[in-house]
Design a protein around this ligand. Sequence first.
Ligand SMILES: *[C@@H]1O[C@H](CO)[C@@H](O)[C@H](O)[C@H]1NC(C)=O
Ligand SMILES: *[C@@H]1O[C@H](CO)[C@@H](O)[C@H](O)[C@H]1NC(C)=O
Ligand SMILES: *[C@@H]1O[C@H](CO)[C@@H](O)[C@H](O)[C@H]1NC(C)=O
Ligand SMILES: *[C@@H]1O[C@H](CO)[C@@H](O)[C@H](O)[C@H]1NC(C)=O
Ligand SMILES: *[C@@H]1O[C@H](CO)[C@@H](O)[C@H](O)[C@H]1NC(C)=O
Ligand SMILES: *[C@@H]1O[C@H](CO)[C@@H](O)[C@H](O)[C@H]1NC(C)=O
Ligand SMILES: *[C@@H]1O[C@H](CO)[C@@H](O)[C@H](O)[C@H]1NC(C)=O
Length: 505
Amino acid sequence: MQAVSLFFSFLLFLLATSYGEAFTRNDFPEDFLFGAATSAYQWEGAVDEDGRTPSVWDTFSHSYNRGNGDIACDGYHKYKEDVKLMAEMGLEAFRFSISWTRLIPNGRGPINPKGLWFYKNLIKELLTHGIEPHVTLYHYDLPQALEDEYGGWINRKIIEDFTAFADVCFREFGDDVKLWTTINEATIFAIASYSDGYAPPGHCSPTTFFNCSTGNSSTEPYLAGHNMLLAHAYASKLYKLKYKSKQRGSIGLSIYAFGLTPYTNSKDDEIATQRAKDFLFGWMLKPLVFGDYPDEMKRVLGSRLPVFSEEESEKVKGSSDFVGIIHYTTVYVRNSRSKPSLLPSKQDFFTDMGAETIFMGNSTFFEWDSIPWGLESVLEYLKQSYNNPPIYILENGTPIKYGSTLQDTPRIEYIQAYIGAVLTAIKNGSDTRGYFVWSMIDVYELLSGYTYSYGMYHVNFSDPGLKRSPKLSASWYTGFLNGTVDVDPPAITPLESNISGFSSF
Ligand SMILES: *[C@@H]1O[C@H](CO)[C@@H](O)[C@H](O)[C@H]1NC(C)=O
Ligand SMILES: *[C@@H]1O[C@H](CO)[C@@H](O)[C@H](O)[C@H]1NC(C)=O
Ligand SMILES: *[C@@H]1O[C@H](CO)[C@@H](O)[C@H](O)[C@H]1NC(C)=O
Ligand SMILES: *[C@@H]1O[C@H](CO)[C@@H](O)[C@H](O)[C@H]1NC(C)=O
Ligand SMILES: *[C@@H]1O[C@H](CO)[C@@H](O)[C@H](O)[C@H]1NC(C)=O
Ligand SMILES: *[C@@H]1O[C@H](CO)[C@@H](O)[C@H](O)[C@H]1NC(C)=O
Ligand SMILES: *[C@@H]1O[C@H](CO)[C@@H](O)[C@H](O)[C@H]1NC(C)=O
């Protein structure tokens, strides 16, 4: 008996160590959460209804010709319909964000009762359908009034205003919400918004590719990042002092995490890859886990990198109960240090990092190959280098040209391969506790507007009723979650070495 079961354990071990093992929902821990996500500006619409005031994202999208979130999916009015779709899909959790200016118009002062009711009703609707809410407090939508008043995230005043906003959310919703993310993809948020300028509020130095009206790419990303870490830490501290013993939730920061792998096997590219890990993960994770920035960043940036006081360092350290991971693809890292730039002299986050990131395979800015081992390697790296923090994968998914098909088979293949990678990482000790598909439904996208979409439900944006229709991925997810779909060994095609795109992030 003993020998036989040992033999089977060994066999299982062999199977478990390779990709392609069949799995089901039941191979994951019971309390692991599978869900899907949206965010306020991308889903709600109703931007000037019931007392909501503009955020920097409203301003930003209206200054470019690539659509806006004025109506989006009209989730503000259609939330009951959407929660019903989520329940039909079998979602265990729904991640959404709270629009700061809907709850507290202009960012500070009295609560807007209609905003409060909207979120209370949404949360109630979710709980009635057995769906766990995961709430993000900040998803690119700073009150425009605070940007105008003092420059938003580059001013320390944001810490107090953000903490006061968080306080209202914990007090009003915390009896029902157990999972809080303070700031969405804080790393790429600081980079895209303050170094490259392609996300709101669109700051960058005048020399960079995007034509920003204000900014300084060599200082602002680090300043904004610093204030984000402090705002997160103050909100987290407040939660622990005032609410946690009663509400028993957890609170985390989320970062954007590419898989990173050296472009060649040269020593230079290997070192550049480690440097990229310090800049792209360690920048936020080292303070959260160990209380200070990575040495390499301090060395490269000198006085451009803000310094934590001892008290601040103590506050930031340990302030994240979990790490939220936003993961879409894996890129090559090529050393670019000491190579003269082709562009006119610019100093920004990526020149500081001294490495360029290059898309793999057939990937371009809007479409990419499925590279599930890249997510596994991120989870493994966090386990080994950052004390194995609890992790939620808060976004993972793949864009397909909007409206091209409801038979989104490539999305199903992508999602099941990445879920498989999460399972492999868990089996090797990663403390990953949840996985959210981006996105539950087609939404207004930050980079691609309405031209590429990620939804498991299609929205007909030309239809005045914004009709929703399930894509194949929705019924696949249903089957996976109800345990009737076994994921067959996914055919993971070996990656061709083929560069077709350069990424600026
Ligand atoms: C950015 O800030 C640095 C440090 O204050 C300064 O030296 C530099 O001139 C500024 N660059 C721009 C483009 O304003
Ligand atoms: C950038 O801004 C300048 C000054 O406002 C303007 O003349 C120029 O056309 C803009 N360039 C682009 C690419 O938008
Ligand atoms: C599994 O975890 C061990 C211990 O952390 C580590 O040494 C090993 O490299 C991991 N295996 C994979 C495939 O990542
Ligand atoms: C979307 O809605 C418009 C307007 O109602 C309709 O004409 C069109 O056929 C719809 N498209 C699809 C793909 O259903
Ligand atoms: C499971 O989901 C599938 C959709 O993929 C559905 O056809 C089936 O009826 C569901 N089974 C149960 C037991 O809910
Ligand atoms: C790249 O595209 C080609 C042609 O469409 C396809 O055959 C190949 O499998 C793709 N490579 C990857 C890694 O997806
Ligand atoms: C790389 O991909 C592009 C676009 O899919 C294709 O045209 C090209 O032939 C590929 N190159 C190599 C070396 O495979």
